[in-house]
Design a protein around this ligand. Structure first.
Ligand code: GLA
Length: 750
């Protein structure tokens, strides 16, 4: 079915549908915009407005004289504060007279093909007009001369609906926006489970599930970045919904700053979801003639379970959020020196590490923290983006040249938003950090946050970066951000605009990214915030990949990457093999498992390969070779979660090519137990009618059978040791933290 927007003759009902989903809105008796239906695609009803039920109920406040209509008891699209609804509003405004009551009535609409660009903000995009349709509903609070536009873009494919809102002040005095969410949707029942992806530094995006009860369930960040603690992504699903089947809706905020995603179940079991900039610490002064645009929220609706929901996000974020040269390209296999050397290196040492990496087939060497200014530990140097000539006598340019000459691309670490007080940059501009004057501010890892609300500050960092990038042909930049923001006060803003600091800060970060990617379109950016502290869709618009976590242990990474996969594509997941004992958890996960986990990501090595034995180096060479052969499939294929590490000792996932002729299954066992039951792992996404061959990576031959896809999906792949035996690595058997990769090929492509 095609993408359509039906508008009733009286312009009161708006029905967006692409066949898969329908989203229906209608004008309510008081002129506000109501939500009528959000779910599986339905035919266009002529009289849907008559489904709005109105009952006299006790303790009800009614905006229309002699009528029992109350906003409290209807489903709304963008509820405002101060009228007859007592739930969380999407919009709260303080007017010049101090009142906080608003009244926005529908006054028109626009419909166009494609999707608008959001100035200064990351957003999903279309490449041609027929990929999506955008309906803008215009509302006005006439008395206050305010105009509100609600943007709805529905995509032709999948259950995707993007939303955002803008407010324009046509009056003569400024107003204060106290809350302005990207999305609000009221659903008719709350029989859902709420899935959030939460944790902390080193254990990001763990799946946590709770059921919704009357009251509020929410996650958010007030840290100035989306955070390790909560990812700006929530799924609500029916209790029966599993990976393969059932209703679920995802809400993913394309934003990297403070956020709130909240579910409110009211007395009558209605559910209101709101998502957007966190109202705490936010206030925006909207001057006459100005417009405020919210970030975008991307909802995905499915009846086909969580794998289908994730796959929709993967494809959308891979193809229509990520941009530029690297969007469709498999990612270079890199060697990063951070866990190899930390701050202890010089040019020759780096070249030595890079040589071994290159010998193993790696393509890119990344120099991490410590190459600039007086940075010999984390107490000094941030802000001085000039090579430390004691360590790098030939500068970045010279080091880059040596790397390039030996056939390695070269990449560099920056932390553009931060400064140490012990730096020339800070000494020249002590007033360029966020802090409340005359009040000592907090440091985080000995560093302070530059005032990115100010263009001159961003310009000064940009100039330093371009000075390096114009001279050295870098292939990659790791953009780090290693502390949360406190004392969010800018010396450059007046008292009544201090509530804008957090949002202006992140807009400043986006603007610097945009300038750099426009000027150096071929540089691959990887975002990072002490690992995965800013792993969000906003960042993916600028940096196609993100360092997933500072916890690089192979076993921990299974959970982190599995959790991340609910909302983010494999091509975005920065994952490396690191040394053992692991520097975070001191665990000894075998080399094959470390690689078998990292290959479901961007893949690379975070260690000095020169410390490995000859046998291990051979193994690394085969891993790199394997990755080169299969990275396109691994990073861009259709990804399925098969068995969750949050529930099982054994976990598994797989990717399948678009034509279903090739698949790779990753199987991982945490602890080995004796005398275990036999296991069949049911695969997904294969062609039931194709016959497949199965190989394991490494020496072991799995089976000579050529099962059909239907057998592999319904009987399953035998993974127990009874048939497959155990894979040996370097003449050793592994029990704990063992893993296998199965390569599955349709017979004809053999
Ligand atoms: C952060 C990053 C690490 C590394 C260090 C360097 O912790 O997440 O990968 O770059 O900073 O200081």
């Amino acid at each position: 079915m095609s993408l359509n927007v039906y508008i009733s003759n009286d312009n009161k009902v708006f029905h967006m549908t692409n066949g898969t989903i329908s989203y229906i809105m209608g004008v309510l008796p008081n002129g506000h915009l109501g939500q009528l239906y959000y779910g599986t695609g339905i035919q266009n009803p002529q009289d849907f407005q008559e489904t709005v039920e109105i009952l006299p109920r006790p303790m009800t406040s009614c905006p229309i004289e002699n009528e029992w209509f109350s906003l409290e008891h209807v489903h709304q699209e963008y509820p405002v504060y101060g009228n007859s609804d007592f739930r969380q509003p999407a919009l709260a405004i303080r007017h010049p007279d101090g009142s906080t009551v608003s009244d926005f009535k529908v006054c028109g609409f626009d419909l166009f093909d494609g999707k608008p660009h959001l100035e200064g903000l990351p957003a999903v995009y279309t490449e041609s007009g027929d990929e999506a349709k955008t309906l803008t509903i215009h509302l006005a609070d006439e008395k206050k001369q305010l105009e509100l536009d609600l943007f709805y873009s529905m995509f032709k494919e999948g259950g995707i609906l993007t939303r955002s809102a803008s407010l324009t002040n046509r009056g003569e005095k400024p107003v204060a926006i106290e809350t302005m969410m990207s999305l609000s949707v009221d659903l008719p029942d709350s029989d859902y489970q709420w899935l959030q992806f939460s944790g902390a530094w080193g254990r990001e995006r763990e799946l946590k599930i709770r059921s919704l009860e009357q009251g509020i369930t929410s996650i958010g960040s007030r840290r100035g970045h989306s955070s390790h603690n909560h990812n700006p992504f929530v799924i609500i699903k029916r209790p029966y919904t599993n990976e393969d089947d059932g209703e679920a809706i995802g809400f993913s905020l394309v934003y990297s700053g403070n956020f709130l995603i909240q579910a409110e179940t009211d007395t009558y079991n209605n559910l209101r979801i709101v998502a957007g900039i966190h109202p705490d610490g936010f206030e925006w002064k909207l001057n006459p003639g100005q417009t405020f645009q919210t970030p975008e929220c991307v909802s995905v609706y499915t009846q086909k379970g969580l794998n289908s929901l994730s796959q929709t996000y993967h494809k959308l974020y891979q193809k229509r959020l990520t941009r530029g040269y690297w969007r469709d390209r498999p990612r270079p296999i890199l060697n990063n020196n951070w866990e190899a050397t930390a701050f202890d290196f010089n040019e020759d040492r780096l070249i030595e590490i890079a040589k071994t990496a290159q010998n193993c087939g790696c393509e890119l060497f990344v120099l991490d923290d410590g190459w600039f200014g007086a940075r010999r530990n984390d107490k000094a140097g941030l802000g001085d983006w000039k090579a430390n000539r004691d360590l790098l006598p030939n500068g970045i340019e010279g080091l880059c040249r040596r790397m390039n000459e030996m056939g390695m691309e070269f990449g560099l670490w920056f932390e553009p938003e931060m400064v140490n007080k012990d730096s020339d940059f800070y000494r020249s501009h002590p007033d360029w950090i966020l802090e409340v004057p005359d009040r000592p501010g907090c440091h985080g890892r000995n560093q302070y946050v530059l005032d990115f609300t100010r263009k001159e500050v961003i310009d000064a960092i940009y100039d330093q970066m371009t000075e390096i990038l114009d001279k050295a042909p870098l292939a990659y930049i790791k953009w780090d951000m290693n502390r949360s923001i406190t004392e969010a006060y800018s010396r450059a803003l007046p008292a009544d605009q201090q509530g804008e600091v957090f949002h202006r800060y992140i807009l400043g970060v986006y603007s610097l990214y945009e300038r750099l990617i426009q000027r150096y379109p071929k540089i691959l950016f990887e975002s990072c915030a002490s690992g995965g502290g800013r792993f969000d869709p906003g960042m993916l618009y600028y940096a196609p990949q993100a360092w997933c976590s500072d916890d690089s242990d192979g076993a921990e990474r299974i959970r982190i990457q599995y959790g991340t996969s609910y909302g983010y594509p494999i091509s975005s997941i920065g994952a490396h093999v690191s040394e053992i004992p692991n520097q975070q958890v001191y665990r000894n996960v075998p080399l094959h498992t470390r690689a078998n986990v990292a290959c479901f990501g961007t893949f690379g090595y975070e260690l000095d390969l020169g410390n490995l034995s000859a046998q291990e180096l051979d193994q690394v060479k085969s891993q790199v070779q394997f990755m080169k052969e299969y990275r396109n499939l691994l990073q861009f294929g259709t990804f399925y979660r098969l068995k969750s590490p949050f529930e099982n000792n054994i976990s598994a996932w797989m990717v399948v090519s678009d034509d279903r002729t090739q698949a790779i299954v990753g199987w991982y066992r945490t602890l080995s137990h004796v005398n275990q039951p036999f296991e069949h792992l049911k695969l997904k996404g294969l062609d039931p009618k194709m016959r497949y061959t199965i190989e394991t990576v490494g020496k072991h031959k799995y089976t000579n059978r050529h099962p059909y896809g239907d057998e592999l999906m319904h009987f399953g792949l035998i993974t127990s040791d009874g048939l497959s035996g155990q894979v040996m690595e370097n003449d050793k058997y592994y029990g704990d933290f063992d893993s296998r990769l199965f390569i599955i090929n349709a017979e004809s492509v053999q």
